[in-house]
Design a protein around this ligand. Sequence first.
Ligand code: BG6
Length: 299
Amino acid sequence: VDIAQDNSTVTAKLPSGESVSVLLYGATVTSWKNADGSDNMWLSEKASLDGSKPVRGGIPVVFPVFGPPPSDHATSSLPQHGFARNSRWEYLGKSTSESPPGATAAGDGGVKLDFGLSNANLSDEFKKAWPHEFGLVYSVTLTKIGLHTSLNVRNEGSGTFEFQVLLHTYLRIADISKTSITGLMDVSYTDKVLNATTHTESNASLSISGEVDRVYASIPQDTTSVLIDNKPRFDVVRDNFPDTVIWNPSKEKAAGMKDFAPADGWKNMICVEVGHVNSWVKLEGGEGWEAGQVIKSLL
Ligand code: BG6
């Protein structure tokens, strides 16, 4: 496994050609390439990668609050989606394994990159807005089977805190008009486009026509799949994450985002964001919590 590291980014490449790049700012996966060099991640051409604002694309990590913080909650002074995506993480190192979980053949071995964030890494402003002692370890594991990203949260203090987590994954797709999503049938969701009203998904296969911003909650099935022309393109498998947000801004909302480019880039992306966002995870002092996803690129 080839590892390249500079002041801003860590990149790992498998002998078989797959690669992943993680920006220390936000521990944001900005690229995850197949052996043929094609990227599974959508990254805006105008994404800021200099640490001046969260990355538009890849996999920003949302913690400890999803969306605008509620005014009556301990996270109320934090920005939308919290501080993890706009703080610089530490690279803790790599581990390699011959046969990772899920390996089906010898030589499926991969590499795990670990990143850490604790209260000591936060800006004074964030420390003040969320005054807890905590430790996050975000592990990005690349194998031939897929990309596994998981977050471990520890409460290092003595009091209890509450948080939400979301892995805000921007998947690159050939054409949104030919895209459908399965695995959400009969699940209850909040539709943020329709005044946060609650609905139940009645489509076994959901197609995207126009803006979509939905929070699917407590999903019983563990896999959400993205299909192009009815052919499976991605499987997103949740582990200990009950919820998934499906988001595409469509033309008008994309035009309103300064860091969104090209203008018609919304045709080539779909966000399938696994998380724990419909309720709060409560963590007592000394306790830990972990959840993750495996994304399989089905070429
Ligand atoms: C999604 C939210 O997770 O993130 C949307 O459901 C939001 O409502 C989108 O617009 C992008 O958020 P941001 O802060 O990165 O522009």
